[in-house]
Design a protein around this ligand. Sequence first.
Ligand code: CIZ
Ligand code: SF4
Length: 304
Amino acid sequence: MELTDKIIKLKKEKKAILLAHNYQRPEIQEIADYVGDSIELSRKAVNEKEAEIIVFSAVDFMAESAAILNPEKKVLLPSPGARCPMAQMLTVDEIKKWKALYPLVPVVLYVNTLAAAKAYCDVCCTSANAVEIIEALNAETVLFGPDHNLAEYAQEKTGKTVLPIPEWGFCPTHLLFQPEDAQALKTQHPEAVLMVHPECNAEMRRMADFVGSTSQMCRYAKESSAKKFIVATEEGLLHRLRKENPGKEFILAYEDAVCPNMKLNTLERIYLALKEEKHVVTVPEPVARQARKALEKMFELTAK
Ligand code: CIZ
Ligand code: SF4
């Protein structure tokens, strides 16, 4: 039996669902029950009442969020080494340091953080709703971590003061996109629309026709009358963009823009994790309780 068939069979037997992030390998996206961004997948995890096991094909912080929101379910991360380096950039000590400096300022944390960090914030956000969340808060200044590019983007969009913590946090994959490469592609394909993720640097965002999260890029590409798009985000999204828009062309803005952590998940690892029910992600309850509040506050403040 093919590996994909084995996974599908096991999923049924064990009442498991497979959630795959937009950056996962095409063959994983193809057999997933849902493909989406971190917030869409977290919502799916909560709404799937029947499921007993959630196989979360993504990186550590996303699986942790699913575990926090579903304490009664078994959440498996197929490859335990799939850890987001940006999430590691914000330690609890760093948050405490900034909170001491700005005791009255709310702390907004990107979901790309470890559970222990989330436990110290007021509300979480994703790249799809950071602007909406900061706008909804009754504060003119917020502390925001760990991505300083998203902080800067949110500051531009909201007109509020968004202080990045740490001051330098970044995604190593989105850092690969540089304006010279994007400009060369724009010159080669003058009719193409440039879509840029807010984790990219300010020059990239400034030359973009559209700035948005992966889910927002999918929506934009579908609704746009353009036929060609240059895309500045992790290459996994191009599989979904091409599948959903067969008549349109998608070009990666930098051809090696791969997140090696996301790519640690393979069909083989998904199969083994599910078969042996291994690599269970757990978050100690005192931390989970606090982090859950921050995630729930995010759901509360966003209609989407
Ligand atoms: O929120 C997510 O899923 C991430 C990390 C990227 C995006 O824009 O969807
Ligand atoms: Fe982390 Fe960037 Fe990889 Fe997303 S693409 S998991 S933010 S390193």
